[in-house]
Design a binder for this molecule. Structure first.
Ligand SMILES: Cc1ncc(COP(=O)(O)O)c(C=O)c1O
Length: 430
């Protein structure tokens, strides 16, 4: 090694930051949630006590991945399973997903319908890329997670449909219907990030029938309307909120439906990066080719370990139930704390917990704080209560609604945060 000093390279950004970049990258908006999370981390590092209800993630202190996944990964690594996986996923995982859907969701797809990728994100990106031409329309409800960003990446025309708290922030067929003629993609998520609520079967069935009717009206030669159904939280929905799928309810919608799913939330395994699509085979094949060019495969040891779990559906359901129960005790603690504050006349309201990691709450401090971001900053600074405003999910910036995510906090921490929150709300309301 040479001892000669090495000068640091000059990598200053161009004077005008957009010089030399494409239009899409220049106007790309980074994740608001990750920006807020970085702010919270900075407060933590200053020694402030913060109840971090921001990121839709798990802390390994609160939720460890199942031992079966951990040992399965270690075994696959020891066995030298470290080369490229097949582009559509290792065969045992694709078989396991297929059988798991057959047994637990009553959906009988062929093997060619299953495409594995490095998490649900690349799958969603590939759906948008494979289906939408720039300028074509994607319809999605708000609040919802990241559809605005995926639409931007694709150059699609985004039609955001506002939903209502009394419907758990899920869209109804009546709300969606006016926007479907001429649209190319309808993107739905249930259970919903950010509210945790899931579609009732009757509401979802009505939407699936709309998609079928729209495609029948267009006829076989026109470009169809596709349905993206992101069910990444389905295994951690509250036990009394049964999960429904559009295809089980209305099998005729199958030729246009893409399921998005994965292990991130079901097994508290966000960092392992295993997700999948279940889609009509012609579409799964194109998505496979797209993702192959990006190399967005799930690591092979993680695929093999996931196959080991999913191939045993009772085991997979039991492991997910452990995560779900851990989520539910935390949501119940938040529910108790917020209900007590509301009963004391403080300006907070929330939807009942429905599992799936999140609770939605309204902190009506608009008169004092101006807008959602003002309320967020006030609660963070005055009460160490860190939450994400709904406008990070595409809604208006002044509806006073927030997402509270419980994957990184314990029940004792939630209980301890209640007094400073009450005090901050009392001060703001006085
Ligand atoms: C609705 C929804 N879909 C997909 C994802 C991404 O999941 P993955 O970690 O598998 O990329 C998230 C992550 O927060 C999500 O909330």
């Amino acid at each position: 090694m040479s001892a000669t000093p090495v000068a640091p390279l000059d990598l200053a950004a161009p004077a005008a930051p957009h010089d030399g970049l494409g239009r899409m990258a220049t106007s790309l908006v980074g994740s608001e949630i990750l920006r807020i999370a970085a702010e919270v981390r900075a407060l933590h590092e200053q020694g402030r006590s913060v109840l971090n209800l921001t990121v839709g993630d798990f802390s390994a202190r609160q939720f460890r991945i199942p031992a079966e996944l951990e040992s399965g990964i270690a075994r696959a690594l020891a066995a030298g399973q470290t080369n490229y996986p097949p582009a559509d996923g290792v065969a045992e995982l694709r078989h396991a997903v297929r059988e798991f859907y057959r047994q637990t969701l009553a959906l009988d797809y062929p093997l060619e319908a299953v495409l594995v990728a490095g998490g649900a994100r690349p799958v969603i990106w590939a759906v948008y890329q494979a289906i939408l031409e720039p300028g074509e329309t994607v319809v999605y409800p708000v609040p919802s997670w990241n559809n605005n960003h995926y639409a931007h990446l694709t150059g699609a025309r985004a039609v955001a449909v506002e939903t209502r708290p009394e419907n758990g922030f899920l869209p109804t067929a009546e709300e969606l219907a006016p926007h479907l003629p001429g649209a190319t993609l309808l993107a739905l998520n249930s259970p919903l990030n950010p509210a945790g609520s899931g579609f009732r079967a009757s509401a979802l069935e009505a939407i699936a029938r709309l998609v079928v009717a729209e495609n029948r009206r267009r006829g076989p030669r026109a470009k169809p309307l596709y349905l993206l159904y992101d069910q990444i939280y389905w295994l951690v929905a509250a036990a009394d909120a049964p999960h429904a799928t559009p295809v089980a309810l209305v099998p005729e919608v199958a030729p246009w439906t893409v399921f998005v799913d994965g292990i991130s939330k079901a097994f508290a395994a966000t960092g392992l990066r295993v997700g999948w699509a279940v889609a009509p085979p012609f579409l799964a094949a194109r998505m496979r080719d797209l993702l192959g060019h990006v190399g967005a495969w799930a690591p092979k040891p993680e695929q093999i370990a996931t196959a080991g779990v999913l191939a045993d559906p009772p085991l997979a359901l039991a492991l997910a139930a452990t995560v779900r129960d851990g989520i539910n005790v935390r949501l119940a603690a938040l529910d108790r704390a917020l209900s007590a504050l509301a009963a004391a006349g403080l300006p907070v309201a929330h939807l009942p917990p429905a599992g799936a990691l999140y609770l939605s709450a309204r902190f009506d401090l608009l008169a004092r704080c101006g807008d959602n971001d003002g309320i967020r900053r006030y609660l963070l600074e005055e009460a160490g209560f860190a939450i994400v405003p709904f406008h990070a999910f595409g809604t208006r910036p002044d509806n006073a609604w927030f997402r509270l995510s419980v994957g990184a906090v314990g029940v004792d921490e939630i209980e301890a945060a209640s007094a400073p929150l009450a005090e901050a709300l009392r001060r703001a309301a006085s």
